[in-house]
Design a protein around this ligand. Structure first.
Ligand code: ZN
Length: 647
């Protein structure tokens, strides 16, 4: 697989690629532009380095290769970026099997069918007498023509076979194909009929803007009020958000997303210029949703019905939905789950409480400023829990106090930042009127135990023939090995983190260049992506790494399995792990420093006088850093050929 990413990097020039998105001008050997990832309009901070085929922003420190650029810019997953870039580079991802071809063909057929159905429904809505009631409904809800077009809203006629007939006429769609697209149902007595009848239709787009399914809202009292495409080859509601396709750019540039419940809420918000509003499809937010949003912004606001019943329903829902959902819908935000997201995604989740009984659609239609104010007043998640979870308790009684602490303690323990935790302990102490010490003690008693030990894995594959490793392969191996150590031995994580922190502490001039993140040490995109995914699961990584690895996209699964089953030879002793880690870290840190040394050298040549001083300072810091990091001793794993010959 690494061959594929390497091939792609060889075939796609990063300057040519990025110029399509960001105007760049030449500065010496490198290229400069305004950063697409942070507000940056005065001095261009975004630099593209053709030599290393990478970019770096001196403002927000976004950096990486064409892969990272595409993933960051469009919020794509690694697999999605890989597919797009492979197509552009004309690189075959893997030997295609017949089954792949069939699935691809089926997928593209389903996309055609979905698109055709949406066109049909829009036509009915806008032009057909059968769309009369739907037109009246949209008019009553004041949804305008521009939104109908932007969201491709339509109306499925109240007819058992109108959609089926249209699809059959236009695209020769068989009833079985329509069923596979989620548009038809089979009768027990044989034959097929339209799934969506007499419903306002909201097509749902994927990240690439293709229609992969739809939601239908009943016009009258028909039940259910909302009906979605079932799970199909294309449609997985746990990975889709309504309005995200239309709102992506606004969410990124405004660095904020608001999550509401209904399709009409989203459309109405967009119509009034609030284009950062999205909705999940009849489920609570899932981990995948959170991860998708997190790629675009760290600021997530959930709009929630403000009446007490609604809130406690929401909270109860948060805790119990997990069991009730279809098995394919992955974890659902329990109250503590949401705090976990906040911590792991390093996001700020806030709650906007809506006036009782009103939904965003009503509010925005009546007064857009009211919506603006409600969102601006959104409260931090923990503040919300503090009131919501203690509502109805008699906080004057001992029993009530105990219940409040009991409900909130598990959540407090999820707060990552100790200062913030202390802040909320004080708040809770004040709220229930007990000494803070008592709160802190109860929190300690409910603290979660530390994670599981490192995974057991059988490491019996034959070691690679070392004598044949070239210098570059050794380097690639070394970063693989470091990641393998990180994944297999959680004790290595603080060692690496501390080393990187120390580096920046002793050489502050490097802070503009280095983020101090572990993934910076990795050149291979697979390693960076794997590490980020691993970290996101939690401090100790996934409880069952082998299973976790198996669930990764195939492009990563194989590589991850290899790292988890690293063929240590001789078998690595626990007491050697720290030493081995340091042995890897040295050369990888120096590699990073050398690369920056080259870059800064180039930048100085092209820079203006005022800029040169700062760059000189960085160059000096890099040089002294390189001098002080000692030359590598040989690790047990990376013996070179001379060593082998001696024995
Ligand atoms: Zn930037």
């Amino acid at each position: 697989m690494s061959n594929v990413t390497e091939q792609i990097k060889e075939r796609i020039d990063i300057v040519a690629f990025i110029t399509d998105f960001v105007p760049l001008r030449k500065a010496g050997r490198n290229w400069l532009g305004f950063c697409p990832f942070h507000p940056n309009t005065r001095t261009p901070a975004f630099t593209v380095f053709p030599d290393s085929q990478s970019y770096h922003c001196f403002g927000c420190k976004a950096s990486g290769t064409v892969f990272d650029f595409l993933m960051q810019r469009d919020g794509l997953s690694f697999t999605e970026a890989l597919e797009q870039l492979a197509a552009r580079a004309g690189v075959q991802l893997k030997p295609r099997t017949e089954q792949d071809e069939q699935e691809d063909a089926q997928r593209s057929r389903l996309l055609d069918i979905n698109a055709a159905a949406a066109r049909f429904w829009t036509h009915i809505l806008l032009r057909s007498p059968k769309g009369e009631a739907a037109r009246a409904y949209l008019e009553k809800r004041s949804i305008n023509q521009a939104m109908i077009e932007a969201f491709q809203i339509g109306f499925a006629p109240d007819d058992w076979s109108a959609t089926l007939s249209y699809l059959s006429d236009r695209l020769n769609v068989t009833p079985q194909e329509a069923e596979a697209a989620g548009l038809a149902l089979e009768r027990e007595s044989g034959g097929y009929y339209d799934r969506f009848r007499g419903r306002l239709m909201f097509p749902i787009h994927d990240a690439k803007g293709r229609i992969v399914g739809c939601g239908g809202r009943a016009l009258g009292d028909a039940m259910p009020k909302y009906m979605n495409t079932p799970q199909t080859l294309l449609f997985d509601k746990s990975h889709l958000l309504y309005g995200l396709h239309q709102g992506r750019d606004t969410i990124r540039s405004g660095d904020h997303v608001v999550v509401v419940e209904g399709y009409v809420d989203v459309v109405m918000a967009h119509q009034h210029g609030f284009r950062n509003v999205v909705a999940p499809m009849g489920t609570a937010l899932t981990d995948s949703h959170a991860a998708m949003l997190n790629k675009l912004t760290k600021r997530i606001t959930l709009a929630m019905d403000g009446d007490a019943a609604g809130q406690s329903a929401a909270l109860r829902g948060l805790e119990t939905l997990r069991e009730n959902l279809d098995s394919h819908v992955k974890p659902v935000p329990t109250a503590s789950g949401m705090l976990r997201w906040e911590r792991e995604l390093d996001a700020a989740i806030t709650i906007a409480l809506l006036p009782p009984g009103r939904d965003p659609d009503d509010i925005i239609r009546a007064d857009a400023d009211e919506w603006r104010a409600l969102v601006a007043k959104a409260q931090p998640l923990m503040d919300f829990y503090l009131t919501a979870l203690t509502r109805g308790l008699d906080l004057a009684s001992a029993k009530g106090k105990a219940a409040a602490v009991e409900r909130l303690a598990p959540l407090f323990n999820q707060i990552g930042d100790p200062v913030e935790r202390a802040h909320y302990s004080q708040k809770l102490a004040a709220l229930v009127g007990v000494e803070e010490r008592i709160i802190v003690d109860s929190l300690r008693n409910t603290a979660p135990r530390s994670g599981p030990a490192h995974p057991a894995s059988n490491r019996k594959a034959p070691p690679p023939p070392r004598a044949l490793l070239t210098q570059l392969e050794q380097e690639a191996q070394r970063e693989d090995y470091l990641l393998s150590l990180l994944l297999r031995f959680p004790t290595t994580q603080p060692i690496v983190a501390e080393q990187l922190r120390d580096d920046l502490a002793t050489a502050p001039a490097l802070r503009d260049l280095w983020s101090g993140e572990v993934s910076e040490l990795f050149d291979r995109i697979e390693n960076r992506v794997l590490w980020e995914a691993w970290r996101t699961v939690g401090p100790g990584g996934p409880p069952d790494p082998v299973r976790w690895a198996a669930d990764l996209p195939p492009e990563l699964a194989e590589h991850c399995a290899r790292l988890l089953n690293w063929p240590d030879d001789p078998p690595i002793r626990t007491y050697k792990v720290a030493h081995e880690t340091q042995e890897c870290l040295g050369p990888l840190r120096r590699r990073l420093a050398r690369r920056w040394n080259d870059r800064i050298g180039q930048l100085i040549v092209a820079a203006e006088a005022a800029e040169q001083e700062r760059l000189m300072e960085q160059a000096m810091a890099l040089n002294s850093y390189l001098r002080t990091t000692s030359e590598p001793r040989r690790s047990t794993y990376f013996q070179d050929t001379r060593d082998s010959l001696k024995y």
